[in-house]
Design a protein around this ligand. Structure first.
Ligand SMILES: Cc1ncc(COP(=O)(O)O)c(C=O)c1O
Length: 466
């Protein structure tokens, strides 16, 4: 199988180990079958998230040492701000400690109860932050984006029909802005095409509302555009980014993804009034406007990471490694969402475990079994994460897909380790028909998947005897 070439060599290593199966059984029980509760030293390959888990480069570590820790107007902030302005092109650059802080502050100043925010698909923290203000988070993903079996190049595209319908139903006065998540994490890490961004941006202009990007994986999205969209093969990643962001009026960003750092984020805005109000809130919640909850060294590492993420060799390797994991899963007969995303492979738990109803969390069952079989940690993106009440009827609505996301940290694992992950998934497929559903024993009021506890339905073991 083709090996994506690694544009780096390893300078520092970290020991990891594989705890025994017996210990894994005990860990799972103690964690209430919630992988977020398992200690990381009991995990062999950790694909819980690609967020904040990147390996930093020598130049980023050097940037950390050069961090200026002045409380106000540090050199590191100037480098951070100028790098972001150069890549994203927006007027106001507001540092935050991570992505959800940027979301929370933007939504606090711009939304009121009853407002509506259309997005292709809101990520969980984005949805929760919208809903926290009393507004409605509305997903307007195109039809291809809801079908895990369709091979299409831009399954993150927003449906213009759904977007128009939202404006007709709620009226422009209730829609302060539209969001586009690039790439679309909750829908399989799928990219949005520039064609779709132009169409959404034109429509927003017609309606007189701003378009705000959730830009966490902007460089990966730009790489897909370069590879897949007509007319962009000869454009550089930076040129594509410039075109993307020129179509919007701001972005929220978790630098823990395409900033290639372990902590950091920012909010970019064109609007002076929103920027002023966010800055006032920033001082209250995060810190002075030139550090926003981060150390000067963190700002310096983000600036360096944002330059490295635009390197086409890095992006070809990064997305190639994820695609290779997908091909390995194909060879072993493990169903997954097609095509593979930029940062993750999403296993299709509805197809893998068809006997487990959505109310019994099939994707969470697969996730727990994958830990049991291989000490591999993935994350459920299904009914545990995304069940919600229909705003009109109050009924529980399950999401269209039941996915297990295997998010690949950037520059961290080898091809051999990812082969091991694929083999562990194949073992889960073998025991699949004997796996039992899960039921909740504890759930918090919001974002329940982080701290929920579960047990096999009716008690007893997760794998039925047989
Ligand atoms: C698309 C998307 N938006 C927002 C966030 C939130 O970012 P953070 O975890 O830095 O708060 C994430 C994190 O995974 C994400 O994937």
């Amino acid at each position: 199988m083709e090996m994506p070439f690694e544009p780096y060599r390893i300078k520092v290593v970290e020991k990891i180990q594989r705890v025994s199966r017996e210990e894994r059984v005990e860990h799972l029980k103690a964690a209430g079958y919630n992988l977020f509760r398992i200690p990381s030293e009991a995990i062999y390959v950790d694909l819980l998230t690609d967020s904040g888990t990147s390996a930093m480069s020598d130049l980023q570590w050097a940037a950390l040492m050069s961090g200026d820790e002045a409380y106000a107007c540090s050199k590191s902030f100037a480098i951070f701000r100028d790098t972001i302005r150069e890549i994203f092109g927006y007027k106001h650059v507001i540092p935050t400690h991570q992505g959800r802080a940027a979301e929370g502050m933007l939504f606090t100043v711009s939304l009121k109860p009853g407002d509506v925010v259309p997005n292709n698909i809101h990520f969980d923290t984005t949805r929760a932050n919208v809903e926290h203000t009393g507004a409605i988070a509305l997903d307007c993903i195109g039809p291809e984006g809801l079908d895990p079996a369709v091979e299409a190049p831009f399954k993150g595209d927003m449906s213009l029909t759904k977007l128009r319908a939202a404006f007709e139903k709620y009226g422009v006065d209730r829609i302060p802005f539209v969001m586009l998540t690039i790439t679309n994490n909750s829908g399989g890490g799928q990219p949005v095409s520039l064609g779709n961004m132009h169409a959404v941006s034109d429509f927003c202009r017609e309606m007189g509302v701003p378009l705000i990007y959730d830009a966490c994986r902007f460089a990966e999205n730009a790489w897909f555009i370069q590879q897949r969209e007509d007319g962009y093969a000869q454009k550089s990643i930076q040129e594509i980014c410039t075109e993307i962001f020129s179509l919007g009026q701001g972005c929220t960003m978790s630098a823990k993804k395409d900033g290639l750092v372990n902590i950091g984020g920012f909010l970019c805005l064109e609007d002076d009034e929103w920027a002023q109000r966010v800055t006032n809130l920033l001082i209250l919640r995060e810190g002075f406007p030139t550090y926003g909850g981060l150390a000067g060294r963190d700002l310096a590492a983000v600036a360096q990471g944002l330059r490295e993420v635009l390197d086409p060799d890095y992006l070809a390797y990064r997305i190639g490694q994820v695609a290779r994991l997908g091909r390995r899963l194909d060879e072993l007969g493990v169903p997954h969402l097609r095509p593979t995303g930029g940062h993750a492979v999403y296993l299709d738990a509805k197809r893998a475990l068809p006997h487990i109803p959505q109310a019994q969390f099939p994707a969470q069952v697969f996730t727990a079994a994958l830990y049991l079989e291989g000490a591999v940690r993935g994350v459920e993106i299904g009914s545990l994460m995304f069940d919600h009440k229909d705003p009109d009827t109050g009924e529980t609505v399950h999401p269209a897909m039941e996915l297990v996301r295997l998010a690949v940290p950037r520059r961290v694992y080898t091809h051999t380790q990812l082969d091991y992950v694929a083999e562990s998934c194949a073992k889960v497929m073998e025991i699949g028909p004997r796996l039992r559903g899960l039921e909740i024993t504890y759930e918090p009021p919001a974002l329940r998947h982080f701290t929920v506890k579960l047990k096999p339905v009716g008690g007893g073991k997760m794998i039925a005897e047989g």
